[in-house]
Design a protein around this ligand. Structure first.
Ligand code: ADP
Length: 352
């Protein structure tokens, strides 16, 4: 009660009026009626002034700050209206500062919550992905130990299957390590002038056997083209390896995987085309997520970890660019990414 602006104004105004009247009463010439008038005038003026100052400049702002802090305690930040800071009233500025601070903290909390959810999901995914090949290999080994080892034909078959599962596990762990190294920044990008033509040729050589087995032809569209970019050779080689490997994996037997380059004044767009099964629209914007596969069982069968495109995305992020994909189910897909032309090369102008 004492702390309301009205009561405080009343008490202060009474004090001021009394002091003024007592002071005037020291003069003998001042009549009693004049003292009464002086008392009332000084009381009313002081009351009005003090009340306005307390109510509108101090109490109202303090109440707002309390309300804000109360809402912050209840985490109801979204329901608050932000006020414009007022240069005349420092309390308004405090209010604004508290709001800004709370807003910043709320953003940080939201971000941490998102990361925590992501971490949980990631651990669940990794455990699941690790479990599958371990479980398969374990099954084969136990069957052998339970007696199948004595049957020569079954023995070799089961050992081969166990080895295949363990190979898959090895690839998965390698991919996870690559992703983790890129994310934690342990792999520093080493930018240099990169001959994309040479790089593609090297990647093609890695996959020659695999492509031959499926009768898939690997071709660079315009081999005479000069295609130098400014990038990290090793990382872009990883991107091309993953894209070309996917293109071969998902190609129809007897078809072609073609790498083409579009050279513009400042950039070069690399495209990997395949004539395979394609990807339907609902999956297109999810395939770059970790462990996302259009067809889980078929991908595993083909030796996929579900991390290839996630690695592509991360590496290209590190080059400030991103992968694009266009696909027609039943006809094939085109994966592409843009990189800046090599520094010494840009001054030569566009090749086409
Ligand atoms: P995976 O190791 O399973 O290939 P990726 O991250 O490389 O994982 O690819 C994710 C999914 O995207 C694949 O499982 C596959 O379904 C789809 N995909 C990727 N590239 C192609 C392609 N060239 N053609 C058709 N589908 C593709």
């Amino acid at each position: 009660m004492v702390y309301s602006s009205r009561v405080l104004a009343l008490l202060l105004a009474l004090c001021i009026a009394l002091i003024t009247t007592l002071f005037l009463s020291l003069f003998e010439s001042v009549a009693a009626s004049a003292l009464l008038v002086a008392f009332f005038i000084s009381f009313s003026v002081s009351y009005l002034l003090i009340f306005v100052v307390l109510e509108f400049l101090i109490f109202r702002e303090i109440n707002k700050i309390y309300k804000l802090v109360g809402k912050l305690k209840k985490k109801e930040l979204s329901g608050l209206d932000r006020e414009k800071p007022n240069a005349l009233n420092p309390l308004k500025k405090i209010n604004d500062d508290i709001y800004s601070f709370a807003e910043l903290k709320q953003k940080e909390i939201d971000e941490l919550k998102k990361l925590e959810a992501f971490r949980k999901e990631f651990i669940a995914d990794v455990s699941h992905e690790l479990k599958t090949p371990i479980f398969a290999a374990q099954g084969f080994v136990h069957t052998l130990l339970d007696g199948a080892v004595n049957d020569k034909t079954v023995r070799t078959k089961f050992l081969k299957k166990a080895a295949k599962s363990l190979d898959g596990l090895d690839i998965l762990v390698q991919d996870l390590l690559t992703l983790s190294h890129i994310e934690t920044g342990q792999i520093k990008m080493h930018f240099e002038n990169v001959d994309l033509h040479k790089l593609t040729q090297e990647v093609f050589e890695q996959f020659e056997d695999k492509a031959d087995k499926r009768d898939v032809r690997l071709r660079i569209e315009n081999p005479g083209q000069k295609v130098f970019v400014y990038a990290d050779w090793q990382r872009i080689s990883q991107v091309m390896t993953n894209l070309i490997s996917n293109a071969i994996k998902h190609s129809n037997d007897g078809s072609e995987v073609v790498v083409s380059f579009e050279v513009s004044k400042k950039n070069i767009i690399t495209k990997v085309h395949d004539q395979g099964e394609g990807i339907s629209a609902e999956h297109l914007n999810r395939i770059f997520e970790r462990f996302y596969r259009v067809d889980k069982s078929r991908s595993r069968e083909k030796g996929g970890t579900g991390l290839g495109l996630a690695i592509v995305k991360h590496v290209l992020d590190g080059h400030n660019t991103r992968a694009e994909v266009e696909s027609t189910p039943g006809k094939g897909s085109v994966f592409s990414f843009k990189l800046p032309r090599a520094k010494s090369d840009v001054s030569d102008g566009a090749d086409n």
